[in-house]
Design a protein around this ligand. Structure first.
Ligand code: AMP
Ligand code: GLY
Length: 421
């Protein structure tokens, strides 16, 4: 099987690496990729946002499967362009990608499908905003109704801050605050059938203890030993299957990864958000412990025959990912800072250095984004994987490097999302 991964970040590096380990996968290509992905795939300099360019590349390479990594190309219809050329693609159509592209659309689908989520109001005027803030009370949750890469959301007790964020958005969704640890469940969907991957936890805030602004994610781990053992099954039953049924009823079947961000509240799991692609870095540890061939799974989903392949199985092991971010992140980022030690870290037993935002400049590996590298380690349990990940991360340096010291630290499950600090 020949495969092509579209995108340029840590998610795409982890996907390309996992595909390369599938014995049925003979070729892995990536566009545009990054210096880390180049070690496991052949790179092609193609604009990931251009459907025709991506489709032309897929045809010229004769690939059997295209995996579109990030949300922006999906929302722009890149999967449709590839599918129109008769090539299997793992990733939703432009219409189905609205589950992530519009919070108001996602909330509408969840309402009809009876999916447990936060109460919400979609507002376009200051008066509507004020009424919605009064209705739910503090802490206030204010979301821009447009893609903002996890950064269009403000959660605050400060009413003035909530009002200011709402005023800066065209259309805004104000939500009830969901109190409880946050988890990520990734469902592989073929439109009708879904398999859930093992749940993971992502650490979203920039600073230790879950403080500071939201980021794209500063680290992650799996398994969640503290969570209910049937969590994946509960999420399939209460969230994923009703959502797939409602999407099909609307004539827009969902094919790809439905990423369910959940709060485990006192009244059970409730959806915080849907995304239409794998989460990064949350997917990284999950792929490290996946014991099933990834290519076979994604191809079956793309071809609408998921029920014909076995459900994914996971190793009795743990994995932890620690993100190394550049100076200024998440408000800004720093490009061109020289990175040292990445090779040393990656040479350690059980460690992968995943490239998120890197580039080569005059033979040096340099920073090229907010999240730069992710150090991922396997271990016998979470504590073991964590120790290995941090020991390897200690070998990497660049000016202004930022990382959290409490990824996957004890007590597990408590820090992230437990309450608003
Ligand atoms: P989102 O982009 O929707 O994932 O939101 C980013 C982050 O804001 C989430 O990971 C949560 O930590 C927080 N958040 C979003 N919605 C809610 C909510 N309704 N209740 C509590 N926290 C939320
Ligand atoms: N880790 C959060 C995201 O991918 O949106």
């Amino acid at each position: 099987m020949r495969t092509l991964v579209i995108g340029t970040g840590g998610r795409e590096h982890a996907l390309a690496r996992a595909l390369s380990l599938d014995p049925a996968v003979t070729e892995v290509h990536a566009a545009p990729g990054n210096p880390g992905i180049a070690a496991v795939a052949t790179l092609h300099d193609v604009d990931p946002m251009s459907g025709p360019s991506v489709a032309d590349l897929a045809v010229s390479l004769g690939v059997d499967l295209v995996v579109v990594g990030p949300e922006a190309p999906l929302v722009a219809g890149v999967a449709d362009a590839v599918r129109e050329r008769g090539i299997a693609v793992f990733g939703p159509s432009r219409a189905a990608a609205r589950l992530e592209g519009s919070k108001a659309f996602a909330n509408g689908v969840m309402e009809v499908a009876g999916v447990p989520t936060a109460g919400s109001h979609t507002c376009t005027t200051a008066a509507e905003v004020a009424a919605a803030l009064d209705d739910f009370g503090a802490p206030y949750v204010v979301k821009d109704d447009a893609l903002a890469a996890g950064k269009g959301v403000v959660v605050t007790r400060d009413r003035a801050e909530a009002v200011a964020h709402a005023a800066a958005c065209d259309r805004v969704v104000i939500e009830e605050f969901l109190d409880g640890p946050e988890v990520s469940v990734f469902a592989i969907c073929d439109g009708a059938t879904a398999y859930a991957l093992q749940p993971a936890q992502d650490f979203k805030r920039i600073f230790d203890g879950g403080r500071g602004p939201n980021t794209g994610g500063m680290g992650s781990y799996t398994p969640l030993t503290w969570a209910q053992p049937d969590l994946s099954e509960v999420v399939l039953e209460r969230v994923v299957r009703p959502t797939l049924a409602e999407m099909s009823a609307r004539g827009i079947p969902f094919v790809g990864c439905l990423y369910v961000g959940l709060a485990l509240t006192a009244s059970g799991p409730r959806v915080i958000e849907f995304n239409v692609r794998f989460g990064d870095p949350d997917i990284q540890p999950v792929l490290a412990v996946l014991d099933s061939p990834l290519g076979e799974l994604l191809l079956a989903a793309a071809q609408g025959r998921l029920a014909e392949v076995p459900a994914p199985v996971f190793r009795d092991a743990a994995a932890v990912t620690v993100v190394l971010a550049s100076a200024g992140y998440p408000e800004s980022s720093s490009k061109g800072d020289v990175i040292t030690g990445a090779d040393l870290a990656g040479a350690r037993e059980g460690v992968d250095v995943i490239h998120a935002g890197t580039a080569l400049a005059d033979g040096d590996l340099v920073t090229a984004g907010g999240r730069v590298l992710a150090v991922r380690a396997l271990g016998t349990d979470v504590a073991d994987a964590r120790a290995t990940a941090y020991a390897a991360a200690d070998l990497v340096s660049f000016p202004g490097l930022q990382r959290r010291e409490d990824i996957a630290s004890e007590p597990l499950g408590v820090v992230e999302g437990a309450s608003l600090r």
